[in-house]
Structure formats: structure tokens, C-alpha cells
Design a binder for this molecule. Structure first.
Ligand code: VG1
Ligand code: CO
Length: 544
């Protein structure tokens, strides 16, 4: 097998967004496109030479082809050993787990997460560092800079590798180990949660649940953990067969896209517990009987109850939440006397805080929750955490959350997304808000008085790196907030996200309907940003 040096030229626009490089499959299929980006990783990450690399993806269309390309390039670039999941499969949190467990120099994750898959849909790639987490901006910036100057890549003239058979084979000088993508991750989960208690809950005869894998990567993980190890009834995992196009669906675990599951939890005979994960297994949605847990509340509830699970029995060191995530977690942190950090959107911003031991739990409003057990958000981990709490507290999901509100007050929360809007219009809207910022404090909007308004900037407390223009925050004296930002994961046009929150201390008002309760704030947000005239949309496409 000979190393080949292929001449190439830079591709415009290989700048990674919130979670890596995401483009249409057709873009990735252009000659040399993927190769360019992958070579930029090898050219900038010197430790990979002679080191160990983990490779795997969520199984979407183009996953297998991409992996073959990456394996040949990794061998040509002198990687000593590659750990690849059988069938090319690894969930995102499982990649993180494997990088850490085997102390590798990093990993390449192939996924476009919750975006649809298929020949006309999305694909994505990102590099995870030796801590198991998405590369920090300094690294993604370096990779991007290299894609702008690259003139050649290295590959091996080698036959296709059989990814479906476990075992180690040789690719030139490089050992390629095809491993079970589930086992190490399932073992880690077993070390964190009380599997006996959950097993008993499943066997009690008075607990019903479904996990919706949405035809995405968590199917095999959920079957192994919930059905095989924990003894849940066969069929507990629905849509468990992973498909290249996710069965034509949108593998995004929220009220809009997991309708089938939501319906099963409704009515007098609704399930006691429903949960779902996304394309690459890092997101989670938690449902009780006729009850939806917002991700922001989920983070706060897990933090307040963490000591009731074996993995977190000695308490938590601190919490971090992404900026648009509700402030419910801050109230728990205050109560526990631990720090609560507010970081820009994207899991990479939690990495340093986790590595430094400043935080144990972290989360995002976008259905992402996680802890220091890996360096990615982790869908099944959150589901098991909830199951552990349900088992030891012997309460329903609704009881646990309403108890929490009674103790801490309720942060009503919603997010309105305007998808695929005109890019210039969306940028114009953000610029318009930036100009308004300085004159807002002290002003009355609707029935709210503005206390602060800024374009969020973050200085990493560990390495001092600075990230600017991370979204517009408008805080009111009542504790309410409006946040505007543009998505960094879309592949067509722009997506405007408007995040709304208000605090309600009075338990008598905790049962109100969220959208109705938030209507006054919604109107303020629409008017202030001139959403209708600037996006040509009168209503959001997705409300979560
Ligand atoms: C979205 C979410 C963000 C999340 C990111 C990646 O980003 O808002 O919280 O970290 O997706 O999640 P954006 O830029 O579109 O708002 V995943 O499950 O794609 O790894
Ligand atoms: Co995801």
C-alpha cells in the first residue's frame, strides 16, 4: 500500500459553526472536499502522528464512504492506531467516552446531529480533542486557517476496509480496530447510576415507558442499556432501527418532531415516562404523563437531586449553562453554594470548566444535558439520570418538577425559531438590535423595565480566551429575559432563535400554559426586533 500525495486547492467556506463543519451531503461529495478538511486536521494536530484516533459517526447517509476516506488518510498521515465503531457507528457521547477511556489523541465525529439525513440532506464532521470534547475555538480556528492554504493531502492506495467485523486489521503501518460501539459507553452508564433501582422500577408492574431513538444512532445503545441490561420490556425502545435517512424524519427530540412519542404520554392512559434522543445521541427530551420537562428545568432538577444518584452522591462542584438557557440552574447553584457559569452556545465552551473541575453538570436549552463523565452532552445519560431519580424518589415526573418549582420558583421558558429566513434580513435584524442596545437600559417595553442589554461576550475563566458577538441579551428588572441569536448549525439561509424567559415565584401561578403566559414577552420581542418586516415571517416555524 503506497502513500499518495494528491494536489488540491483550498475550498471556500470550510469554517466550522457551533458544532463543526456542516453542509449538504452534495457539498461533501465534491472531489477533495472532505479530504481538504481532514488533512487540515492532521496538518494542525501534530499529536495524531504516532498516536491513537477514534473515528465514528451517527450512521447517516455518506457515513461509510467518509469513514473509508478518513481511515486511508489517517494511515497515510502516520496515525499509529485507529479505533472505529462497528459499521462506522459511534454516538457522539460514546466517541467522547472512548477517547477518554483509551487516552487517545482525539477523535473525528461524523454527524449533522439533529439535521435530516439522506442524499439531499446534511452531513457534518468535527474534531474532538484528547479530553474527549469538541475542539476549542483556538483549534477550530487553526484547522480552518489551514483549509484556506492547503495544497495537498495524503492518502493510502488501499482497498476498502470491512467495518462490519469486530477485530483488528492492518492498513499499511496503521492498526485499525473495529470495536463494539456500545459496550464501553454502557459500562460507563452502569458505573454512574443505580441500575438495581431502575431494574426494580421496570419490574414493579406499575411503570410504563418508551424511548424514541428516532431511527438514529441511539437505537442500539438504548436496546442494550434499557432492554438488555436493565430489563425493560422488549419494545420499550421505539424506532430503534438506525437508518441512513432516519426514516425520512427529523431526528430532533422536541415537541415538534417527536410527535408520536408525545402522543403516547398523553391522556389518562399516557405513559409514565417518555424520552427521546437526536441523530447523534447527544440530545434528550424528557416527558412524564401529560408533562413536558423543559431542558432548562431538567438541568436545574438534576442539579438539585444529583446527590441521590451513585455517580454524584458526593454532590456537585458547580454548574454551567449556555447563555440562552434559563436561569433556573442559577437558583439551584445559589442554594447549593456552588458557582454557576454562563457560557456561549455550544458544548465546546464547557470543556475547560469541566477539565479544571470547576463544574460537574452543564446544559443547554436546546435539549442538551451532561456532566464531567464525558465532554459532550449525553442523551441517554440524561434519560438514565431521570430514571434513577424516579426510582429512588418514587414520584412521577410531574411531581418532581412541580416540587422543584415550589422550592425554587418557576422560570417559564420558550424558544421561537424562524428557520431558513433570508440571511441579509436576519443579519440586518441583529445589527438593528446592536444599534439599539445602548439606549435600552431604563426603558419600559410593554410592562417590563429593561435593566441591561448587551451583545454577549465571554472570557473563558481558565484560559482567558475571548468570544464575542454571541447573542443579544436583554434583561428586565423582573428577572425576565429576551435573547436573540442566529443559528450556527444550519445549512440553508439563516435561522433566527428568540429565547424568552420570565420568573414566577408564586406557586398558584405555576400551572399556567407556557405560551399563553409568555405572550406579553413574545410581543415585546417581535416588536423590538421588527421580526415580521425583517424576516417576512409573522409566526415562528418551531416553538419549543
Ligand atoms: C444548536 C443549539 C446549540 C447546540 C448546537 C449543537 O446550535 O442551539 O445549543 O450546542 O445546536 O447541538 P445553533 O447554533 O443552531 O443554535 V447538536 O445536538 O447539533 O451537536
Ligand atoms: Co446532536
Amino acid at each position: 500500500m503506497e502513500t499518495q500525495i494528491i494536489t488540491t486547492t483550498p475550498f471556500d467556506g470550510q469554517k466550522p459553526g457551533t458544532s463543526g463543519l456542516r453542509k449538504k451531503v452534495k457539498v461533501f461529495q465534491q472531489p477533495h472536499y472532505l479530504e481538504n478538511f481532514v488533512q487540515a486536521i492532521f496538518d494542525t494536530q501534530a499529536a495524531l502522528k504516532g498516536g491513537i484516533l477514534v473515528v465514528g459517526g451517527d450512521g447517516r447517509y455518506f457515513n461509510r464512504e467518509a469513514i473509508q476516506i478518513i481511515l486511508r488518510m489517517a494511515a497515510a498521515n502516520g496515525v499509529r492506531k485507529i479505533l472505529v465503531g462497528r459499521g462506522g457507528i459511534f454516538s457522539t457521547p460514546a466517541v467522547s467516552c472512548v477517547i477518554r477511556k483509551y487516552k487517545t489523541q482525539g477523535g473525528i465525529v461524523l454527524s449533522a446531529s439533529h439535521n435530516p439525513g439522506g442524499p439531499d440532506e446534511d452531513f457534518g464532521i468535527k474534531f474532538n480533542a484528547a479530553n474527549g470534547g469538541p475542539a476549542p475555538e483556538s483549534v477550530t480556528d487553526a484547522i480552518y486557517a489551514r483549509t484556506c492554504t492547503i495544497d495537498r493531502y495524503l492518502t493510502l492506495d488501499a482497498p476498502v476496509i470491512d467495518l462490519d467485523k469486530l477485530g483488528t486489521l492492518q492498513l499499511g503501518e496503521t492498526a485499525v480496530e473495529v470495536m463494539d460501539p456500545v459496550k464501553d459507553y454502557a459500562d460507563l452508564m452502569e458505573s454512574l447510576f443505580d441500575f438495581n433501582a431502575i431494574h426494580q422500577l421496570f419490574n414493579s408492574g406499575h411503570f410504563s415507558m418508551r424511548f424514541d431513538a428516532m431511527h438514529a444512532v441511539t437505537g442500539p445503545y438504548a436496546v442494550e442499556i434499557l432492554e438488555n441490561r436493565l430489563g425493560a420490556m422488549p419494545g420499550t425502545v421505539m424506532n430503534g432501527e438506525a437508518k441512513e435517512d432516519f426514516g425520512g424524519g427529523h431526528p430532533d427530540p422536541n415537541l415538534a418532531h417527536a410527535k408520536e412519542l408525545v402522543a403516547l404520554t398523553q391522556g389518562v392512559n399516557g405513559l409514565d415516562f417518555g424520552a427521546a434522543s437526536d441523530g447523534d445521541g447527544d440530545r434528550n427530551m424528557i416527558l412524564g404523563k401529560n408533562f413536558f420537562v423543559t431542558p432548562s428545568d431538567s438541568l436545574a432538577v438534576l442539579a438539585a437531586n444529583a446527590h441521590q444518584t451513585p455517580g454524584y452522591a458526593s454532590g456537585i462542584r458547580g454548574i454551567a449553562r449556555s447563555m440562552p438557557t434559563s436561569q433556573a440552574a442559577n437558583r439551584v447553584a445559589d442554594f447549593l453554594g456552588v458557582e454557576c457559569f454562563e457560557t456561549p452556545t455550544g458544548w465546546k465552551f464547557f470543556g475547560n470548566l469541566l477539565d479544571a473541575g470547576r463544574i460537574t453538570l452543564c446544559g443547554e436549552e436546546s435539549f442538551g444535558t451532561g456532566s464531567d463523565h464525558v465532554r459532550e452532552k449525553d442523551g441517554l445519560w440524561a434519560v438514565l439520570f431521570w430514571l434513577n431519580l424516579l426510582a429512588v424518589r418514587q414520584q412521577s415526573v410531574a411531581e418532581i418538577v412541580t416540587d422543584h418549582w415550589r422550592r425554587f420558583g418557576r422560570n417559564f421558558y420558550t424558544r421561537h425559531d424562524y428557520e431558513g429566513v433570508d440571511l441579509a434580513g436576519a443579519e440586518g435584524l441583529m445589527d438593528h438590535l446592536r444599534i439599539l442596545l445602548s439606549e435600552l437600559p431604563g426603558k419600559t417595553l410593554g410592562d417590563q423595565i429593561v435593566s441591561y442589554a448587551d451583545d454577549f461576550a465571554y472570557t473563558d475563566p481558565i484560559d482567558g480566551s475571548r468570544s464575542e458577538r454571541q447573542g443579544i441579551r436583554i434583561g428586565f428588572e423582573s428577572g425576565a429575559r429576551i435573547v436573540y441569536r442566529l443559528s450556527g448549525t444550519g445549512t440553508a439561509g439563516a435561522t433566527l432563535r428568540v429565547y424568552l424567559e420570565y420568573f414566577e415565584p408564586d406557586p398558584a401561578r405555576h400551572q399556567q400554559d407556557t405560551q399563553a403566559a409568555m405572550q406579553p414577552l413574545v410581543l415585546i420581542a417581535r416588536e423590538l426586533a421588527q421580526i415580521e418586516t425583517r424576516t417576512q415571517r409573522s409566526e415562528p416555524d418551531v416553538i419549543t
